[in-house]
Ligand binder design. Structure first.
Ligand code: COA
Length: 178
């Protein structure tokens, strides 16, 4: 895996052993100015994994639109993770998930985690696992019978994170430039 730009911060986070508690709550429209930069950080991280995921120039506006649409969609899940202590009331992570119909398969609805992002200092303290649990419950409450995570195939952090929690590949998307 090509080392992403965030790797040094990841390493710093790994060196800490104390738990870093957070407060998770449903996001609201007023959170958009804080959520958009986090979603962009995730998309820029994805870009480092694969040149076919090059971030568009208008990605910031797109991020705002996509999140605003999901915030208004009762079937979507947008969670904000707030820090504690000096980071109190500061949003340090987000989850963005939707519910999709499955016309051919059972269960008939899937909850899809499109985006999950935590600032590097908050990683590797079990926060991701907690976010996954909260998200899965929220998706189940919206009718999902299976939870699916979408992430770049080259993102080893995500592969390991999900594999450790019982996720396995079920479909693949293969691409080439035209
Ligand atoms: C994915 C993410 C939300 C997980 O949150 P987290 O709080 O670090 O996860 P947890 O502490 O609950 O679990 C840690 C596990 O995740 C995986 N992981 C986390 N950071 C990792 C890293 N830098 N390298 C490899 N695996 C990593 C490992 O399986 C790790 O378990 P381990 O510590 O026993 O090796 C967080 O790492 C993140 O925001 N990453 C960047 C964005 C991203 O890749 N999102 C997923 C694609 S949409």
């Amino acid at each position: 895996m090509t080392a992403p730009a965030e790797a040094p911060a990841d390493a710093a986070a790994t060196g800490e052993s104390s738990p870093r508690p957070i407060h998770v709550r449903p996001a609201r429209p007023a959170d958009l100015p804080a959520l958009v930069p986090l979603l962009l950080r995730l998309k820029r991280l994805n870009e480092e994994f694969d040149p076919l995921l090059r971030v568009r120039d208008d990605a910031e506006g797109q991020a705002r639109e996509v999140l605003a649409a999901s915030l208004a969609d009762p079937k979507a899940v947008v969670l904000a993770a707030e820090g504690v202590g000096p980071d109190r009331d500061r949003i340090v992570g987000l989850v963005h998930a939707i519910v999709r119909e499955r016309p051919f398969y059972q269960p008939t609805r899937e909850g899809v985690i499109l985006d999950i992002y935590l600032l590097p200092l908050y990683r590797r303290h079990g926060v991701g696992e907690y976010l996954l649990k909260e998200t899965s419950e929220a998706l189940r409450a919206r009718g999902a019978g299976v939870v699916i995570a979408e992430f770049p195939a080259q993102n080893e952090i995500a592969s390991r994170f999900y594999a450790k929690r019982g996720f396995r590949p079920i479909t693949a998307r293969h691409a080439r430039s035209l």
